[in-house]
Design a protein around this ligand. Sequence first.
Ligand SMILES: C[S@@+](CC[C@H](N)C(=O)[O-])C[C@H]1O[C@@H](n2cnc3c(N)ncnc32)[C@H](O)[C@@H]1O
Length: 324
Amino acid sequence: MNAPVPMNSHVPVLLDEVVAALDAAPGETHVDGTFGAGGYTRAILSKGVARVFAFDRDPEAIQCGETLAASSGGRLTLVPERFSRMRQALSDRGVEAVDGVTLDIGVSSMQLDRPERGFSFQADGPLDMRMSQDGESAADFLNDAGEGEIADVIFQYGEEPKSRRIARAIVAGRPIESTGQLADIVRKATGHKPGAKKDPATRTFQAIRIHINDELGELVGGLAAAEQVLAPGGRLAVVTFHSLEDRIVKRFLKERSGALPAGSRHLPAANETGPEPTFEAVARPVRAGETEIAANPRARSATLRAARRTSAPSWTSPKRGSPQ
Ligand SMILES: C[S@@+](CC[C@H](N)C(=O)[O-])C[C@H]1O[C@@H](n2cnc3c(N)ncnc32)[C@H](O)[C@@H]1O
C-alpha cells in the first residue's frame, strides 16, 4: 500500500500575486483548476466568496481536499476532472459563468516528492508519471514507442539537443521499469559528469511527463474553457513553470486581447465570427521576488499572467453569441 500523502507539503507559488490578480470578493463564484494541496483555494475562500469549484485530475489531491471541503460550509466543491473539461463539469453542476479562474500548471510537491508516483529522478520508483493515475504510464510509452517518436518527445517537450542519442539508449536499454533506471540511461547517454550542476535527466523527465499527461493540450483546452466560463469582468490568472507553457499563455492572451492576429495553430481554434477581444489588454507578467525564491526554489521559474474578461462572445463557443 502507498504511504499516506503528506498534505500541505506543497508551498503555493506567487500566492499573494495570484490573490491580487483574482481580486475575489464576497458572493462570487471561482474556479481553482489545479487544486493540489489547496493553497490557492484556501486563499480564495478566505475572501468570503460564495463558491469555489476546485478541479484536480489526481484522485489523491481530491481525497486530501475532503477535510477542507467538509469544513467550508458547502462553499467548496471538489471536482475530480481535468480543467480542460471545466465548462461541461460546471454546467453539470448548474453553473454557466464564474467570476475567476486560476490555473497553476504542472506537478505538485506531493506528486514530485513521492517516489511511488514515478515523477522524480532523485529517488527510485516505478516509472509512472500519470497525474490522473490512469491511461498509459511513462514505462508503457518508453517500452512500446519507436525510437523516432521518443526522440521527438524529448526534443519538443524537453528542448533537449541530445534527444536522438538518449532515445537510442532508451531503446537499447528496454525494458525500462524504474525512474532510477531511466535516469542512469540518460546520464550515460549524455556523458554526465557526477557533481555537474544540472542533472541531464531533468529535461528528459520533464519531456516524458508533459507527453504522458498531454500537459500542453490540457493548457490550450483550459484556456479555451476559461474564456467560455468567465463572466464579463471575470479574472483569469495562470502560473506556468517553463517557457513552452508560458509561450502558450502569452500568445493566447495577446491574441484574445487583440494584440496579435488571430489564428495561431498553437491556440484554441477561433470560429468565424471573431475576433472581438475577449480579454482586456494584458498586464505584464509577474515573477517571484528574491525572498520567495530563497524560501521556495520552485518559484524561480514561475511566471504569472493575468487578464480580465470582456463581454465579447468566446471565440470557441458557438453557444455564446455566435450565429453558427
Ligand atoms: C502545481 S500543483 C497546484 C498547487 C496548488 N495551486 C496549491 O496551492 O496547492 C498542480 C496540480 O494540478 C493538477 N493538475 C495538473 N494538470 C491538471 C489538469 N489538466 N486538470 C486538472 N488538474 C491538473 C495536478 O494533479 C496537481 O495536483
